[in-house]
Design a protein around this ligand. Structure first.
Ligand SMILES: Nc1ncnc2c1ncn2[C@@H]1O[C@H](COP(=O)(O)OP(=O)(O)O)[C@@H](O)[C@H]1O
Ligand SMILES: [Mg+2]
Length: 266
């Protein structure tokens, strides 16, 4: 991806006054945010702030109670992940969602196959398998998993499992990718590796926007063009990392129950 563009460019996608209730409980209240072409946006906030609910709403998994979600100018509220992937938005999940008995090659081939089916599958029999294999290998290469192509998912390290989950999202050829805590549960060193691989893969694959939910403030500071902070279902802040990390009260509000990641502002 390139550096963040001018703020007046048409957003890639936007949530407008989105609210989401579960029964009497309001998980999101009037949330608006957008992602510009070329942007890496981090969604932060303490546990229970509504981050996953927001990702579920903007990826069409949940329908907002009120409000609108627009992707490339069209309302996508509640269209569902399959149709949304067809339009160019895909996501990876907080809990790695892979089949333990499949190899990396098989996992990626399944993801590529679902894309080919989705676009009407112009490929036939033998030719189609060649395309699947070539594409699975290309994606494994980009995500640093080439040496693991024949390894079953259950034998991968935690960091490699995360990369495989991200790779499956890339197999859908998305223009926007959403990641819910892509580095949760891995060591600090692996977190940085995953982020470096993710950013360079996005660039190589022509991904135009990344949204990630992330708790690690070092990663948020290093990779985001913009930070959207949620607190109790509302937008507390939507600002540059520079502004965010210059405000100790903001950091404290967001880090919430994870003071061990609190760092000195500079
Ligand atoms: N399906 C659901 N039914 C009822 N409450 C939910 C549901 N999903 C999330 N919530 C509640 O909404 C709030 C926000 O949850 P979530 O979006 O998962 O927060 P975060 O990802 O920021 O930790 C929490 O209080 C959670 O318990
Ligand atoms: Mg969550």
């Amino acid at each position: 991806m390139q550096a963040a563009p001018a703020a007046d460019a048409l957003p890639l996608f936007e949530a407008i006054n989105v609210s989401k209730s579960f029964g009497a409980f309001k998980a999101l209240s009037d949330v608006s945010f957008h992602v510009n072409d070329g942007e890496f946006v981090s969604i932060v906030g303490p546990n229970g702030a509504g981050k996953t609910t927001l990702v579920n709403v903007v990826t069409g998994l949940l329908r907002p109670t009120t409000g609108e979600v627009r992707f490339q100018g069209r309302d996508i509220a509640g269209v569902g992940p399959v149709e949304l992937a067809r339009r160019g938005m895909s996501r990876a999940f907080q809990l790695v969602n892979i089949f333990p008995a499949l190899t990396v090659r098989e996992t990626l081939a399944v993801a590529v196959a679902s894309r080919l089916l989705r676009v009407g599958n112009p490929f036939r029999s033998l030719r189609r398998d060649d395309v699947l294999q070539a594409d699975a290998e290309r994606i494994a290469e980009v995500l640093g998993l080439r040496a693991r192509l024949e390894t079953v998912a259950s034998a991968l390290s935690q960091g490699e499992k995360k990369l495989l989950d991200i790779a499956s999202a890339f197999a859908l050829n998305p223009s926007v990718i959403l990641l819910d805590e892509p580095t949760s549960g891995v060591s600090t060193g692996d977190k940085h590796t995953i982020m470096e691989v993710l950013v360079s893969a996005a660039k190589a694959a022509g991904v135009r926007g990344i949204v990630q939910v992330e708790h690690d403030m070092d990663l948020v500071e290093r990779y985001s063009h913009r930070i959207v902070a949620l607190q109790e279902g509302r937008v507390l802040a939507d600002m540059s990392p520079q502004a965010f990390f210059a405000d100790p009260a903001m950091i404290a509000a967001v880090v919430g129950t994870r003071p061990q990641t609190l760092r000195k502002p500079h």
